[in-house]
Design a protein around this ligand. Structure first.
Ligand code: NIG
Ligand code: FE
Length: 392
C-alpha cells in the first residue's frame, strides 16, 4: 500500500545528493512511502501514482528526530537541585546519587511507566528514534533491570554502570570498576548495544573509563563516552582512540581534542539542554563544524542536568547559542544522531530509508529555531504509520 505525501512546501531530506545544501532541501516536493519505507522522493509535479494521497498543504516535512543520548530509566525528580542552581549553586555530578537512591527504591512498574511517558512525550515532539542508558542503579541487579526495561522501548540501549562510583564503593573506586567490568557486565551485556562511561573529574578517570569501555567492547558492545562536560579532560581523545561511535557533551575542548575528532570517525554529540539547565557556557559547534567534525544534537533527557525531551528546543538553542545555522542544527538532530547511533536506516528521507517523518505546522524547518517553544509538530510517522496525533 503506497501513500504519496504531496505539496510539501520544504522537504528537508538530510541527504545532500537529493537537494540543495547540507540538508538536501527540495521545494514543492513529494514523498512516496510504501511498506514502512521511503519509496520515492521528488517534486509534486512528477509524483508517481500511489494507492493513497495526503496533501501537506505547503508545510515542511523532515526526518524524525534521532535523539542519540538520553537517560530515561529513573525515578524521582531533582526540582530542589534545579532551584538551588538557579539561585547560584553550581552543577556537580554528585547529584546523580540522589536519583540512584530513588531509582533503586522504585518498582519495575514505576520505572517502566516513566520510560513510556518520556518516550511518548518525545514522540509527540517528533523523536522517532531514541537512545537510553542505565546508570541510576549501580548494582548488578539494578543496572540489569534498567536495561531490560529500556530494551522494551528502544533497541538503542546503553550500559552505563560507569556513571558514577556507587555509594557502597565510595572508598574503593577501583573495586567498583572491577564490578562494572566483571559481574555487572555479565548481567548487562545481553540487554545492551552500547557501553558508556562518564570520563570526568568526580566520576571516572581515563584509565578507569578505558577499562570499562574495552571490557564492554570485548563483549560486543560499542563504546560511546560522556566526555569533557564539566571541564577539560581526556574523554574526547579516549573516545577517538577507542573508535567510539560518539563523544558526548564536548563542552570544554582543546585544539588537540578538535583535531582528534576531525581525524577520526567519532561523532561529537552536543547536548545544549545541559548548558541551559546548568547555566553553563555552551559548546562551540561552529568550531567543530569548521574543522570538519560530524556533529549530532541530542537532549540528554535526565532529571539532573537536562530535564527536557524536546529536540526542537535543542535545535533552537544550538542555533541561538552555539553558532549553528538552522539547516546544520536540524541535520545534526536527525542525520547526525543517526550517525552517532550508526543507523543508516534513519535520519534522512531517501529511497530505502525508514519512513520516519515529521510534518510541521510551518513552511520550513527553519521555524524550529525561528519560533522557539511553539508546538509546531503537526504529525509524526514511524515506519510509515502515523503515530501522532493518535487516531489519525
Ligand atoms: O549526561 N554527565 C553525566 N550524566 C548526566 C547527568 C546525570 C544527572 O545529573 O543525573 C549527563 O549530563
Ligand atoms: Fe548523559
Amino acid at each position: 500500500m503506497a501513500t504519496a505525501i504531496t505539496d510539501i512546501g520544504t522537504l528537508l531530506t538530510c541527504d545532500p545528493s537529493l537537494g540543495e545544501g547540507p540538508g538536501g532541501v527540495l521545494r514543492d516536493a513529494a514523498v512516496v512511502i510504501d511498506g514502512g519505507r521511503v519509496a520515492w522522493v521528488g517534486s509534486t509535479a512528477a509524483v508517481p501514482a500511489a494507492d493513497d494521497a495526503y496533501s501537506a498543504r505547503g508545510r515542511a516535512l523532515l526526518p524524525g528526530f534521532v535523539d542519540s543520548h538520553a537517560h530515561l530509566v529513573f525515578a524521582g525528580d531533582r526540582t530542589a537541585e534545579f532551584q538551588a542552581r538557579m539561585s547560584g549553586r553550581r552543577y556537580s555530578a554528585g547529584g546523580i546519587r540522589t536519583t540512584v537512591a530513588a531509582t533503586r527504591e522504585a518498582t519495575d512498574e514505576a520505572l517502566e511507566a516513566n520510560v513510556a511517558r518520556f518516550v511518548g512525550e518525545a514522540l509527540r515532539q517528533g523523536t522517532t528514534t531514541i537512545e537510553t542508558k542505565s546508570g541510576y542503579g549501580l548494582t548488578v541487579p539494578d543496572e540489569a533491570r534498567a536495561l531490560r526495561i529500556a530494551a522494551r522501548h528502544t533497541p538503542e540501549v546503553t550500559y552505563l554502570g560507569a556513571h558514577v562510583v556507587a555509594p557502597e564503593y565510595a572508598d574503593d573506586p577501583d573495586g567498583y570498576v572491577e564490578l562494572v567490568t566483571g559481574p555487572m557486565l555479565d548481567a548487562c551485556a545481553p540487554h545492551a548495544r552500547w557501553v558508556d562511561a562518564f570520563c570526568e573529574r568526580g566520576a571516572f578517570d581515563a584509565d578507569q573509563a578505558r577499562a570499562v569501555l574495552t571490557a564492554g567492547a570485548a563483549r560486543g558492545l560499542v563504546p560511546r563516552v560522556h566526555a569533557n562536560q564539566l571541564g577539560p579532560g581526556p574523554g574526547v581523545r579516549l573516545a577517538v582512540e577507542l573508535g567510539a561511535a560518539s563523544a558526548d557533551h564536548c563542552t570544554h575542548l582543546s585544539g588537540a581534542d578538535v583535531d582528534a575528532l576531525a581525524g577520526g570517525d567519532t561523532v561529537a554529540t552536543l547536548l545544549p539542554g545541559v548548558e541551559f539547565s546548568t547555566r553553563s557556557p555552551y559548546p562551540d559547534a561552529r568550531r567543530l563544524l569548521d574543522a570538519g567534525v560530524t556533529v549530532a544534537l541530542a537532549s540528554d533527557c535526565n532529571p539532573g542536568s537536562s530535564f527536557t525531551s524536546s529536540m526542537p528546543f535543542c535545535v533552537a538553542l544550538a542555533v541561538r547559542e552555539m553558532g549553528m545555522t538552522p539547516d546544520e542544527a536540524v541535520v545534526a538532530a536527525t542525520r547526525g544522531g543517526a550517525l552517532a547511533l550508526r543507523r543508516p536506516d534513519v535520519g534522512r528521507i531517501a529511497p530505502g530509508s525508514r519512513a520516519d517523518l515529521v510534518l510541521l505546522d510551518a513552511p520550513s524547518h527553519v521555524h524550529l529555531a525561528y519560533r522557539p517553544g511553539v508546538p509546531l509538530v503537526a504529525a509524526v510517522w514511524r515506519g510509515g504509520v502515523v503515530v501522532h496525533p493518535a487516531g489519525e
